[in-house]
Design a protein around this ligand. Structure first.
Ligand SMILES: Nc1nc2c(ncn2[C@@H]2O[C@H](COP(=O)(O)OP(=O)(O)OP(=O)(O)O)[C@@H](O)[C@H]2O)c(=O)[nH]1
Length: 347
């Protein structure tokens, strides 16, 4: 991981019992990444949190990562500080909101965090497709909850027998948030690679305390079956490697407003400036952009690498769009205002 890289923070919210912990366990078990988990307990009885109650002072090891428990959102920055410790070498942090936390409030806390080593990695709203009327009768507001989401994971779709109810749920979600990706995730079964990159180093030193209990999750055959039926849950990516710089204006526009099928963009790019080439790491998750400056040796030839990740991508079109940012090495320097179009996302 380059030293300037920040750890993406994913927010996982959803109504009580919607399937958040099931989804989280899937992340821990199947992503191949080292995940830090923050459980926002708010005093609720939460089975998984109970395993590590009182562990806010020191992250506790779990299979595939480690875990901090907080009981108050004000403790969030403390948990971030602990989980961004270099020795933990985490690839991502997931916050599991309590069923009562409102997504926009959690989103604000992450965006306003003063911990420099994190960046927002997207908000995932878990929606129990089989029990919407019950949740609404208890005061839960579907529209409000999906509005801030980059992705809506539909759980318990195995229990929905009426296709009409299922279609009208999707239509409601789409009306409330036309940009949200809606993904079926029965039993938390979805492709975590859409959200996090697997660690290069897959040797896990953690794991004394497994959050993931294989006995409680899907058997392989059921998982295979669901994957076959919901083929669209697999992530796809398009990569462009270019021996030269990129156009900072075109890249910033793409990062801000990627095609709907693209969930995230990651790019390490060189930009030619009046004072020589500069290198930036650019991340975009559902249109939230972060840019970090990276070190580069001046004598190094310009090089850029761009990756778009999402579902059901139009590969040829995306490839052409990414290639359109690539400029020849002999390109004249970007003006200060052109460069600022990209660097304004530095935080
Ligand atoms: N049939 C079915 N059951 C599911 C599915 N996803 C989760 N469950 C079950 O629903 C129950 C609640 O799931 P959890 O993952 O604990 O939900 P949660 O949102 O973390 O719950 P709280 O932490 O209490 O808010 C568990 O018994 C799960 O096994 C699904 O897709 N289908």
């Amino acid at each position: 991981m380059p030293s300037s890289a920040r750890i993406p923070v994913l927010i996982l919210t959803g109504y009580l019992g919607a399937g958040k912990t099931t989804v989280l366990n899937r992340f821990l078990a199947a992503s191949g990444a080292r995940i830090g988990v923050i459980i926002n307990d708010f005093g609720d009885v939460n089975v998984d949190a109970a395993l590590v109650a009182g562990q806010v002072d020191e992250p506790v090891s779990v299979a595939g990562g480690c875990l901090c428990c907080i009981s108050d959102p004000e403790q969030l920055d403390d948990a971030f500080k602990k989980l961004t410790r270099p020795d933990l070498r985490l690839d991502a942090i997931v916050i599991e909101g309590s069923g009562v936390a409102e997504p926009p409030a959690l989103l604000r806390l992450v965006m306003d965090s003063r911990v420099p080593k994190i960046r927002f990695g997207g908000l995932i709203e878990v929606v129990d497709a089989a029990h919407i009327p019950q949740a609404e009768a208890a005061g839960w507001d579907l529209e409000q909850h999906v509005r801030a989401a980059a992705v809506v994971l539909l759980t318990k779709t195995d229990l929905v027998t009426d296709p009409g109810a299922r279609n009208s749920l999707e239509a409601r979600i789409q009306r409330a948030n036309p940009h949200a990706m809606i993904i079926e995730a029965p039993h938390g079964n979805f492709d975590p690679a859409l959200f996090v990159d697997a660690s290069d180093d897959d040797e896990l030193e953690f794991g004394q305390l497994a959050l993931w209990n294989p006995g409680e999750t899907l058997g392989e055959s059921q998982a295979d079956h669901d994957h076959a039926r919901h083929h669209h849950v697999h992530h796809q990516s398009v990569t462009v490697e270019h021996e030269g710089p990129v156009d900072p204006v075109a890249l910033s526009e793409f990062a801000l407003d990627p095609p709907e099928t693209v969930y995230r963009v990651k790019a390490i790019v060189d930009v030619v400036t009046a004072s020589g080439a500069r290198r930036f790491a650019v991340h975009s998750v559902a249109g939230y952009v972060t840019v970090d400056a990276m070190a580069r040796a001046q004598e190094e030839p310009a090089a850029s690498s761009l990756v778009a990740i999402g579902l059901e991508l139009d590969h040829a079109d995306l490839q052409a769009r990414l290639e359109a940012f690539c400029l020849p090495s002999t390109t004249p320097p970007a003006s200060a205002s052109q460069l600022r179009r990209l660097t304004r996302f530095r935080t």
